[in-house]
Ligand binder design. Structure first.
Ligand code: NAI
Length: 334
């Protein structure tokens, strides 16, 4: 029986996994620790590992895994910026992922952040609990007829576009690969700088790659409409947090909704309520009343988790029994 070490596992991962692994010929061991240079030794004796968004698989870690005869890594997520894919290819690893599990889950969360900020739900929730029924300071704005700029029109971008069409938004997009579905839905592809200039709301749905690192930097922020809303449910490092903080302080950015943060590893997915958060940049963000942050929970619906578990187990079973896995599940450097 092939053995799989699961890193960064939480109680909910085990509960969901339990209902899928009964019928699987694989034996899973769940570790709470994230994969890192300090914890990679836990993988010794296993045939494969299963990792998540904040597990680190750099060259040093991959070399260590190789020395344990591990060459299969299953990501139980879509993004793979945490894996050194070039090193993995050179070392002969097979890396698989779950390319699409519920784009709607992330899209609905994205629009939830937009509505929270546009209608100030976060403030209203607290006011009502304190018996304050005054409306001063709660005036919002309609999404109807606003221009929304989507950066990235893959699965999640398209799912977001469909919801926003229902609100009557005008949609403009930037993506090196134009998606015919977006055009059929009435969206227009334009140059990124024009998207910055024309959008009332900008929502990020592209992967984190060298060309997209800090795609929202100081010059991008200065190029945007004053009072713009920025939403990032994709990957934290698409945004230069310091530039965006400056934009919030000057009023250039009117609203910021984040489900991801560039230094989220070590913060997100943990209960740190008894500790002092040492990240001053993050703490400054939480102090703005026009910033709404969730801790990387866009994917976190029962539908998505069940699909992730099913696909990940199928990926592992296929690879560990030396069968061919469909290309869409495999990550390669080219
Ligand atoms: P996808 O692969 O279907 O689409 C990504 C799109 O981004 C593609 O159309 C691609 O051409 C485009 N793109 C690549 N470079 C670009 C650039 N420089 N500018 C504009 N667009 C560019 O991926 P999917 O499933 O839509 O996911 C998007 C991202 O969402 C993932 O990479 C991941 O980082 C994030 N994500 C976040 C989750 C959460 O829980 N918050 C859950 C799942 C994914």
């Amino acid at each position: 029986m092939n053995k799989v070490a699961v890193f960064s596992s939480k109680k909910y991962d085990r509960i969901i996994a339990d209902s899928h692994i009964e019928s699987s010929p694989l034996a899973f061991t769940f570790f709470e620790s994230a994969l890192s240079e300090e914890t990679v030794h836990l993988a010794q004796g296993f045939d494969a590992i299963c990792i998540f968004v904040n597990d680190e698989a750099n060259r040093t870690i991959l070399e260590k895994l190789k020395s344990f005869n591990i060459t299969v890594i299953a990501l139980r997520c879509a993004g793979y910026n945490n894996v050194d894919i070039k090193a993995a290819d050179e070392l002969g690893f097979t890396i698989c992922r779950v390319p699409e599990y519920s784009p709607e889950a992330v899209a609905e969360h994205t629009v939830g952040l937009m509505l929270t900020l546009s209608r100030k739900f976060h403030k209203a929730y607290n006011r009502i609990r304190e018996g304050n029924f005054a409306l001063d300071g709660l005036m919002g704005f309609n999404l109807y007829q606003k221009t929304v700029g989507l950066i990235g029109t893959g699965n999640i971008g398209i799912a977001t576009l469909k919801i926003l069409k229902g609100f009557g938004c005008h949609i403009i997009c930037s993506d090196p690969v134009q998606n015919p579905e977006a055009i059929a839905l009435g969206a227009k592809y334009i140059d990124l700088n024009e998207l910055f200039q024309q959008s009332d709301i900008i929502s990020l749905h592209c992967p984190l790659l060298p060309p997209t690192y800090h795609i929202i930097d100081e010059s991008a922020v200065n190029n945007m409409k004053k009072g713009v809303m920025i939403i990032n449910t994709s990957r934290g490092a698409l945004i230069d947090t310091k530039a965006v903080t400056q934009g919030l302080k000057s009023g250039q950015i009117g609203y910021l909704g984040l489900d991801v943060y560039e230094l989220e590893s070590g913060l997100f997915f943990e209960d740190l309520s008894e500790e002092i958060i040492q990240d001053d940049v993050f703490q400054r963000l939480t102090a703005f009343n026009n910033v709404m942050i969730t801790g990387h929970q866009g994917f976190f619906t029962s539908e998505a988790l069940n699909t992730i578990a099913r696909t990940t187990i199928n990926n592992l079973q296929t690879l560990l029994s030396n069968q061919v896995l469909d290309d869409e599940f495999i990550i390669r450097s080219q």
